[in-house]
Design a protein around this ligand. Structure first.
Ligand code: SAM
Ligand code: SF4
Length: 334
């Protein structure tokens, strides 16, 4: 197979979207994501800036048109802006979109640099606007910084999409308010169902909130109009007339499996390519990168990834079921 052949998996899905984790470390400790005493990957195993850049270029060569930088918290990595700048140079030259997902705590500091590098939109995770609940959910007191980060991103000309994990008994009542606030400020908002990935303290099932129930509630309040808009990810969108026509997305890995149209692969900060967020199938890109024939080995590893990408994920979230994968979302890259 030629080294520039597009990435197409065994189910004939064209893979065009890479989620690249640049670190598994984070300055928050969201309770549904990781335990307080999280064990992080040894720093020596993490890919260097040059290696991440080289990987990005290799993926673009194979037809990846969209890269989302994520983590862990991408903005805690010291050389992050350099990576954004380096990959940003490929925009319009194979790469159509470069984005990142961030918890927003350091966005105020970096928003302008991110925009200058060619990034047009960022996803910022925000589960609540209540300072106490924010501290309870993230185990850190950083709501003010996140809100300042979101404002700075808007000021820098970045489009901001808010990501909110819906949590039963925690932020479920606040969701309509979050949607109104986001739309009033010109941001789309996407709701996410909590996924059983990695051990955390407590049972995720206690706070699992199916989005079908949230949608029913919102439909009783507002007019939700299905829209065909897609942003290349798994979200399905509606527009809400009463909030000014802003978009609300639903990511439903539990209640409505979206695997048939999957166009994504994920690479961890140590160069493990996971063919599916919910699966264990992987190939080692770091070994390929550090071999004597990196280009050839990378090409073969990507071909292998296409062979092993599973048809779909199988999540069960119920009392005592345990995580579907031991890997936390902060490792695979959200
Ligand atoms: N730290 C950044 C952030 O929080 O935006 C990027 C990485 S984080 C893993 C990416 C997204 O995954 C966030 O929106 C977060 O809320 C979500 N997330 C983390 N663990 C999750 C889980 N177990 N189920 C569903 N979403 C999860
Ligand atoms: Fe950090 Fe994001 Fe996980 Fe929260 S969801 S602990 S911000 S990686």
């Amino acid at each position: 197979m030629s080294c520039s052949a597009p990435l197409v998996d065994a189910f004939n899905r064209r893979i065009s979207y890479l989620r690249l984790s640049v670190t598994d470390r984070c300055d928050l400790r969201c309770t549904y994501c990781m335990p307080e005493m999280m064990t992080f990957l040894p720093k020596k195993d993490v890919l260097s800036l040059e290696e991440l850049h080289k990987l990005g270029l290799a993926f673009i060569e194979r037809g990846i048109t969209k890269i989302r930088l994520t983590g862990g918290e991408p903005l805690v990595r010291r050389d992050m802006i350099e990576l954004i700048r380096a990959l940003g140079r490929k925009l319009g030259d194979g790469l159509e979109e470069l984005t990142l997902t961030t918890n927003g705590t350091r966005l105020e500091q970096f928003a302008e640099n991110i925009a200058e590098a060619g990034v047009k939109r960022v996803n910022v995770s925000l589960d609540t606007m209540d300072g106490e609940l924010f501290q309870q959910l993230s185990r850190r007191d950083r709501l003010v910084q996140v809100l300042q980060g979101i404002a700075a991103a808007k000021e820098a000309g970045l489009r901001v999409k808010i990501n909110t994990v819906a949590l039963k008994g925690l932020n479920e009542e606040e969701i309509p308010y979050l949607v109104e606030w986001a739309h009033a400020n010109g941001h789309d908002l996407t709701l996410i169902e909590v996924m059983p990935l990695g051990e955390v303290e407590g049972e995720r099932v206690d706070h699992y909130m199916p989005l079908t129930a949230i949608r029913d509630r919102l439909e009783a309040m507002w007019t939700l109009e299905d829209v065909e808009d897609r942003t290349g990810g798994p979200a399905r969108y509606v527009r809400i007339r009463e909030t000014g026509g802003g978009r609300l997305g639903f990511i439903t890995p539990l209640t409505n499996n979206f695997c048939a149209s999957c166009n994504r692969i994920r690479v961890t900060a140590t160069g493990e390519l996971y063919a599916c967020l919910g699966g264990a199938e992987k190939v080692d890109l770091r070994a390929a990168l550090r071999s004597d024939t990196p280009d050839e080995r990378l090409g073969l590893a990507l071909d292998e990834a296409m062979r092993i990408k599973p048809e779909r994920h199988h999540f069960r979230i119920e009392q005592g079921a345990g995580p579907a994968q031991q890997r936390h979302m902060s490792v695979t890259g959200g």
